[in-house]
Ligand binder design. Structure first.
Ligand code: TXA
Ligand code: MG
Length: 326
């Protein structure tokens, strides 16, 4: 295991690219969360990513590229896709398109479509360009764990499982990319993110959101319980519900993760995740990773269901498995 915290990582880019050309798996930073990358054109590399992550084989990977031209070599880039990439890429958006033959079905879990993303993180871009290959990458957590927003969280999950972790610091966005499918009749948001439905509607004539029970999952990943910290998690709407939970569970160590000032919960342990959706997105996963080590129970404040807060709410509900204090 090579783990670089202080060197900045750029010295290791050549080594990373060499490992990728040998079908090895390399963890790398993006502006959303860390990814576990491998050569998207290689079945061997794809199998190694599934193994390192312990991921069910029916959940496809996003393919990361650095340009529209590179995107068009792996997928059929439609006019709407071009509009989306021009408006939001490089950045936290994944566009699901019909795949080209060069992408193996193992990478797409048998689907004829592939999610394409152009990350904006400079180290991600340098890494992908040095490889000269499209990079398949899920988030760099073990399956069912919280997505990692710092290299040391990747290390916690992946030590001994991958040969190299590139350290690019703290991920700016903090939650995974918006996934929008252009493979059907109407563009459909499969996973909400910081590129909100409102922003998408400003550039596309119509956008559907996927909601409801997942029976036949349009994004296979949606049917799995995700983002589950090892501590017990509950959502709460009203401050009083959180406070009475703490009072009635004095045998447990409890932390409250809230929006806005944490002082209102004093003398109970509370941490502010930020004042708005963007700040909360940046902090939510790292707060969960830090708190799960220290507390039995994490209480998460529920947020609005639209905009940036809505994207975070999607993750909060998954962390709590839908359990909300009354
Ligand atoms: O921000 C991100 O998107 C991060 C960074 C590393 O780029 N990646 C990430 O990958 O979150 P992952 O594998 O953890 O989540 C990808 C999601 C899954 O829910 C998967 O089912 C869905 O995207 N997905 C991928 N390809 C798809 C496809 N062809 N059709 C429908 N959904 C797809
Ligand atoms: Mg993931």
């Amino acid at each position: 295991m090579l783990y670089d915290t202080k060197m900045g990582g750029y010295e290791l880019i050549d080594l990373a690219a060499e490992l990728i050309r040998r079908d090895e798996v390399v963890a790398f930073p993006t502006e959303t969360v860390y990814g576990l990358g491998g050569n998207a054109l290689s079945d061997v590399a794809i199998q190694r990513i599934y193994e390192a992550k312990n991921r069910p084989k029916d959940n496809p990977f996003i393919v990361h590229v650095t340009s529209l031209e590179q995107a068009d070599r792996v997928a059929y880039v439609t006019d709407d896709a071009e509009v989306l990439f021009k408006a939001f890429a490089p950045g936290p958006i994944t566009v699901v398109l019909k795949k080209r033959d060069c992408i193996p079905y193992s990478a797409t879990a048998g689907l004829d479509t592939v999610g394409i993303r152009m990350p904006s993180h400079p180290m991600a871009r340098t890494f992908i360009d040095a490889c000269g290959l499209p990079i398949a990458a899920p988030s760099a957590n073990l399956s069912k764990r919280v997505s990692p927003t710092k290299a040391n969280y990747v290390y916690d999950d992946m030590a001994g499982r991958v040969p190299l972790i590139l350290d690019g610091g703290d991920c700016e966005v903090g939650i995974e990319s918006t996934v929008i499918s252009l493979a059907g009749d109407v563009p459909t948001v499969l996973r909400p993110g910081i590129v909100t439905v409102e922003k998408l509607m400003a550039v596309l004539p119509a956008v559907k959101t996927f909601s409801g029970e997942v029976k036949v999952a349009p994004a296979p990943g949606m049917k799995y319980t995700h983002y589950a910290p090892t501590a017990l998690c509950y959502g709460f709407e009203r401050d009083e519900s959180a406070l009475s939970y703490v009072k009635n569970n004095s045998d447990k160590s409890v932390v409250i993760l809230c929006k806005g000032e944490a002082g209102r919960f004093s003398p109970n342990k509370a941490i502010s995740l930020g004042k708005d959706g963007t700040e909360i997105a940046h902090n939510v996963f790292s707060a969960m990773r830090e708190c799960e080590r220290q507390y039995d129970v994490i209480l998460l404040q529920m947020l609005s269901s639209s905009g940036e807060e809505g994207a975070v709410m999607n993750r909060i509900l998954k962390s709590c498995g839908g359990k909300v204090l009354s």
